[in-house]
Design a protein around this ligand. Structure first.
Ligand code: CMC
Length: 389
């Protein structure tokens, strides 16, 4: 109709101008606010990166300690949120509980909901960063039936989250610095990725001037799908299936190549990266380090390496420029750290949160910002009359 252009999946339509994240998919470049991802992954902390994404600059030491203090003092949830968790069946998926929890948080934060009041926006920013890890940990504790712990102010962001997930009230939780650092890195690698499905969702919901909680809850739901963040869970299930069924990598890939099977090589392919995913390169290195530190050979890692090796030489994958993406190796690391498979995508959500917030705020501040409202090409019936009876 008129000059409307059809672009399913928005493969070629820019929805906004943004100065947060730069990607060059052909060259495998990813930068946050101009800083190369490998430098940030190696040197920065997650909260530094969150500050960078949201406010545009790396924090000074004073700014970082103030930012950190504001977050750690806000990490407890209202006690009534416990009743919410009790409502969910024991084995509820953590992503469903997390999305519901983020929505529910809005009801406890009436003074953080007005997108036009900068103080509200700032409060929502800090409280979401502070409370999402607590929510995610409680979603997990609820699924296994363990008691909830309270966050501790003396602990760092990642330390607190690990203790809330794995600690118990009867003994001191021992933190492994190598695991903490690995987590900082993983969270940093997930922190933003310009206009991916969940971020576009956050922007779309925010464009109606819905509050930040409503927008982020929508982002969590968008992330949950297996073609997006849910891929990290799907990869591990795929590797487990290959191991348990005693399949060999080559015949599994033959099945993938036979389109009629409907089977995909999960953790492979990307809309933007057509050469390599720079995050996957860093993660693969960590997977090797962490799994070899665990000291035992890991059958699932062996299968992943073999699938990758064969796929990278195979015409089907070469012609379509399919490479391992961020999700291919993360699940193996999370599993080695003791996280159950169903928890993986919630970890992605925690990492992506600063990006969602930064993008939501950027859109709000954009003078050219408009409500998101794509057009369509109508292909249904022409006008017809209601039948006379
Ligand atoms: N296994 C087998 N074939 C694939 C795969 C795969 N993983 N990915 C793409 N293809 C094929 C696809 O069938 C198509 O073939 P043809 O041209 O013959 O029709 C071609 O490659 C192009 O793929 P597409 O589906 O048009 O590409 P897209 O940009 O629409 O989709 C994707 C990108 C990531 C959804 C897709 O590659 C995929 O489904 N991958 C598996 C799921 C996954 O790992 N998702 C995580 C993405 S990265 C992080 C995140 O967002 O969470």
């Amino acid at each position: 109709t008129g000059n409307t252009t059809l672009d399913p999946g928005y493969t070629n339509t820019a929805s906004c101008e943004s100065s947060i994240t730069f990607i060059d998919g052909a060259k495998g470049i990813l930068r946050y606010r101009g800083y190369p991802i490998d430098q940030l992954a190696e040197k920065a902390t997650f909260l530094e990166v969150a500050h960078l994404l949201i406010y545009g600059q790396l924090p000074t030491d004073d700014e970082l300690s103030e930012f950190t203090d504001r977050i750690t003092t806000r990490s407890m949830l209202d006690e009534r949120m416990r009743d919410l968790f009790r409502c969910f069946p024991r084995r509820s998926h953590p992503m469903q509980v997390l999305a519901s929890g983020v929505n529910a948080l809005a009801t406890f934060n009436a003074d953080a909901l007005d997108p036009h009041d900068p103080e509200h926006v700032e409060s929502a920013t800090i409280r979401l960063l502070a409370q999402m890890p607590t929510l995610a940990a409680y979603a997990y504790k609820n699924s296994v039936g363990d008691p909830f712990l309270y966050p501790q102010r003396r602990l760092g962001y990642v330390e607190n989250f690990l203790r809330l997930s794995f600690g118990n009230p009867t003994e001191e939780y021992e933190l492994d610095p190598a695991v903490v650092r690995a987590f900082e890195t993983l969270f940093i690698l997930h922190a933003d990725h310009e206009q991916n499905c969940s971020t576009s969702t956050v922007r779309m919901v925010g464009s109606s001037q819905a509050n930040m909680y409503a927008s982020v809850a929508a982002g969590v739901n968008a992330l949950s799908g297996p073609l997006h963040g849910g891929a990290n869970q799907a990869v591990l299930e795929m590797l487990g299936h290959i191991r348990d069924e005693g399949l060999d990598a080559k015949s599994f890939l033959d099945k993938v190549k036979d389109k009629s099977s409907g089977v995909k090589l999960m953790g492979f392919g990307h809309r933007v990266y057509k050469n390599f995913d720079p995050r996957a390169v860093i993660i693969k290195k960590h997977a090797h380090e962490i799994l070899s530190a665990a000291g035992k050979s890991n059958k699932l890692l062996d299968i992943a390496l073999e699938l990758e090796e064969i796929a990278l030489e195979d015409d089907y994958f070469v012609e379509r420029k399919l490479y391992p993406n961020v999700d291919f190796y993360t699940g193996l690391i999370y599993e080695a750290m003791g996280f159950p498979t169903s928890y993986f995508t919630a970890l992605f959500a925690l990492g992506r949160l600063p990006g969602w917030i930064a993008q939501w705020r950027e859109q709000l501040a954009d003078p050219a910002g408009k409500i998101g409202r794509p057009r369509q090409v109508y292909i249904g019936e022409p006008e017809r009359d209601y039948p006379s009876k």
